[in-house]
Design a protein around this ligand. Structure first.
Ligand code: NDP
Length: 255
């Protein structure tokens, strides 16, 4: 393997990695030689996932648990993660939620919850983690966006607004941290089959819309995201900063 892709000995925190996309990304990092901290709100679920991943990979896997929407919990939780890992070289801001309602009836509390989880939380976690990266003169922050970072759809307006915001959060962090050797990029997945999207996969007409709208003519799998993540986490991408990498089977390239 080229040294440009070597992640041996790096320490990584992947938020929302007790299942779904985050678990797959954390698995990829562990298999590439990283010591990984899995994370979620549900402490039992994170611990079980960490034990499973350690078993699968033989890697040392830690479990941390905090609510990313609470500034206090983020402060304490990131400090605990740093105690466990020693340092965080790679941060993947992946925890996210989706709520669906017509925009004119969207409950304000749910709007706030989506924005807090998908947009404010990556800011809060990055703020706590990036200080150490700046001190050491290097680090990688990968914010998980979506095809909805650039494309709207009915009923998910706050989700699209939050994921569009993630692209600009990434650019803002790049503007201020780039000079300290920190790269901040957005990895924007297309439609990926996970627990979050199970209901959409089961919806025959939505399912065929996704397949028809995607040049690759299929849903993505979590495995499709791992290679692009490893690229953005490794020295191979040291001159790639502030960018959005769509991993969507071509969906955002065509109308
Ligand atoms: P899942 O619903 O399968 O998993 C969500 C993860 O985030 C869980 O680990 C959950 O932990 C955690 N989480 C949610 N809210 C909080 C919170 N307040 N504090 C701490 N942890 C939290 O989602 P996916 O794997 O499908 O999605 C992961 C990311 O990928 C999201 O950002 C999503 O927007 C993005 N994405 C997904 C796509 C898809 O098709 N699946 C497409 C494009 C983007 P717990 O269970 O403990 O709450």
């Amino acid at each position: 393997m080229s040294a440009a892709f070597d992640l041996t000995g790096r320490h990584a925190l992947v938020t929302g990695s007790s299942r779904g996309v985050g678990y797959a990304l954390a698995t990829g990092l562990a298999q590439a030689g990283c010591r990984v901290a899995l994370h979620g709100q549900d402490r039992t679920r994170v611990r079980e996932a960490a034990a499973r991943l350690a078993d699968q990979t033989g890697a040392q896997v830690d479990a941390v648990s905090f609510d990313v929407t609470s500034p206090d919990q983020v402060r304490v939780g990131v400090a605990e993660t740093l105690d466990v890992l020693g340092q965080i070289d790679i941060l993947v801001n992946n925890a996210g939620i989706q709520r669906r309602h017509p925009v004119l009836q969207f409950p304000t509390a749910e709007w706030d919850q989506v924005l807090a989880t998908n947009l404010t939380a990556p800011f809060l976690v990055a703020q706590r983690v990036a200080a150490g990266m700046v001190e050491r003169g290097g680090g990688k922050i990968i914010n998980i966006g979506s095809v909805q970072s650039g494309l709207a759809r009915p009923t998910i307006t706050p989700y699209a607004a939050s994921k569009g915001g993630v692209v600009m959060l990434t650019k803002g962090l790049c503007a201020e941290l780039g000079g300290s050797g920190v790269q901040v990029n957005t990895l924007a997945p297309g439609y990926i089959h996970t627990e979050m999207t199970q209901a959409l996969v089961d919806d025959t007409s939505f399912n065929s819309w996704v397949v028809g709208r995607t040049p690759a003519a299929r849903w993505g799998s979590v495995a499709d995201l791992v290679g692009p993540l490893l690229f953005l986490a490794s020295p191979a991408s040291d001159f790639v900063n502030g960018q959005t990498l769509f991993v969507d089977g071509g969906m955002t390239a065509v109308v």
